[in-house]
Design a protein around this ligand. Sequence first.
Ligand code: SAH
Length: 566
Amino acid sequence: MTSTVPAIVILGQGSLATARRIQQRYPEALIHGLAGRVEGSDRPYTEFGATLRELYQQDTPIIALCAAGIVIRSLAPLLLEKGAEPPVLVVAEDGSAVVPLLGGLGGVNVMAREIAAALQVAPAITTSGELRFGTCLLNPPSGYRLGDLEQGKRFVSDLLAGEPVRIEGAAPWLDQAQLPQDAQARLAIRIDSAAGVPAANELRIYPRSVVVAVSAGATDVLASIEQALAQAGLAMQSVACLLTADSDMVRSELQQAASVLGVPLRFVTANGSVAQWLGDAIGHRASPRVSGDVAIAVAAQPLDPQRIGRPRGRLAVIGLGPGAAELMVPAVRAELDRATDVLGYETYVRMAGPFRADQIQHCTDNREEMQRARHAFELAAQGRSVVVVSSGDPGVFAMAAAVLEALHDSSDPAWHQVDLEILPGVSASLATAAQAGAPLGHDFCVMSLSDNLKPWSIIEKRLDLAAEADLALAFYNPISRSRPWQLGRALEIVAQHRTPGTPVVLGRDIGRPGQTLRVTTLGQLTPDQVDMRTMVLVGSSTTCVFPRAKGGDWVYTPRWYGDKPL
Ligand code: SAH
């Protein structure tokens, strides 16, 4: 996912003022500050190198306020890989220097000029073409696509060697450039959407002004598109988007065709002929050309695909992990960044933030799970990118099952076409176990002690059988104000099968501010030591405890059972 909103990364409190000045230029950018060193950043991080690499791999432009060397060393391992190359800039802590480092074709010099203007200094531009012409010819603005990068580099070398150039076609962004123009020049920058092999002395730039529509149920999609474009004499590079009927939303053939063309797939509710709905989508003056299942329209100007039809909606059910940012999986972080709408219990939505101004937060009460799940589908079916937030793992006593149940109950095809994905998180039992050692190192049983959604008799039966089977036990939702006696009863049942010396781990607010971890025994455990923010882990007959050097205890359940292997 390309995100054009940059991340501002700082290492110390001294950089915050400069970071805020840069943020005024990019109001949606968040300031990432090193936890423990920076107070008042938008998003604390714990490891500089890992944070930088993650942003880079997500194609997020990076503005780092620190020494260039630190950034170079942190990103070095990624530079040999082919992949995203977002703009990367370093800015001196006091705002006195702005140095573009990477992402020449991603607009780093444009950003360097913007930031330098905001800080009232001169940017340290080192790219020859950029210095000479005031623009990067190989990085046309959005709405245009460069034909061939390697050929483009040779072309710019020739220009730098002093040759004049002529411009054929409309390139309004080059009006400001200082190009040595001459109508008789051998070299030409050519801007149009015609097909054909570029001549050696031409730099081809294609306006993305062509929409290709494919009728519902069409087969051999890519070949038909290529043929239709060839017949119309149009270059593949000029295609702005592929438009198709929403009834074809989940067809992988269309997704493949769009990815080969490198364009987004957009959808319409198809009425009438393919030419008609193409006209509806981009205006009737476009007079589409139809060939078989494919219709093509050429607009006078480059098109913004975001304004044509609508995208396939996405719904991701994500787990935040226990709370600490470094225990959240990177895929979840990326999903939160791309979301248009975030749904969930207010506490968790706040934990997932901060969000940009364009991201809508829908906070609801914790109990309204099915309603929230249906709301999520309604939004996603409109083409929005929706995230439903759970703590820990979404599949463990949380939203994933509710979302799937809502989908299973629904006969609305639009809901079933949503691009649905469940992204895992570190569940509270696992986060608590890791802090204590490995109390769940052998077979274990996970239970919610809440009888809100299941009869208490079932809970008693399962407890009895799990305790008898000598499984280690992990209790979620152990107690609450409306369920005051259940934990005491549960412990009585467990005590019928376990000795009073059985180790018990209590993890409260693990991974969150003020977390506590206690190791006690079944005999000493009383319900008043536990609340609804606590995870209760009860050992099996083999669970061991021994002191750790720094104080406290290690708890583990060995991998073996029966006789200790030699
Ligand atoms: N989906 C969540 C669990 C939701 S049920 C997960 O996978 O972790 C809510 C219960 O989880 C709480 O009552 C508590 O028992 C436990 N819990 C959730 N977060 C916790 C944390 N940070 N520390 C300790 N227990 C937690």
